[in-house]
Design a protein around this ligand. Sequence first.
Ligand code: 13P
Length: 249
Amino acid sequence: MRVPLIAGNWKMNGSAELVDAFGRAFADAQLPASLDVALFPPFPYLDAARRALAETPVKLGAQTLNPLASGAHTGEVSGGMLKELGVEYALAGHSERRQLYREDDEAVLDRLLAALSVSLTPVLCVGETLEERDANRTRDVVLRQVGYVMARLEPVQRRQVIIAYEPVWAIGTGRTATPEQAQEVMAAIREYQASFDRELADGLRLLYGGSMNASNAAELLSQPDIDGGLVGGASLKVDDFLAICQSAG
Ligand code: 13P
């Protein structure tokens, strides 16, 4: 039985005030018994979030990390530093990092390995652009992104990885993938993982991301291969994010 995970990626948004509002709301919230929740605020809010959410089940995640442990890399943050702040998850390969910061599959792998090396749970993000979908290349693109990383991990490392399927055309556009579209790709990812190891595939947690909101979450999460959500815009509204968490029960 896979425990669902609802993760809120604030991207470069949020405020100290919002951190406090989440702390208050989650302290009072009745969450489903079997559910993991994580918040990925920008780095400057991580420490305040740790304090605000200390009495709640909400865990913390980092939106990115540098592959190296330390050194002359102005502006960068290492996995060890995040670990010290109580962070438990780290994203690798978000499409905004792939597109805006030119992170290719190798850069994604380096970040994912850096997360694993300090026992952060990596969330590998994959997804096709609209152009790739229209050219019927969705499956090839997504399985290449998954395969590049998975083929280079040890079996024990593969079992740590969570995968988020985020079609690029659905991110921040209000245009959600239909439950059938998301299910089709996510079933293909699980099948692909089964080529390494059936048990790994059965235990793999797959998240959907892309305009998930309080109205469409329940239907998406009812699909057999959708084990949770990576929520962007709707994770900036406490009530909406809570409603998404409730619908994962
Ligand atoms: P939206 O929910 O705003 O579409 O963002 C999804 C996302 O990119 C989460 O990482």
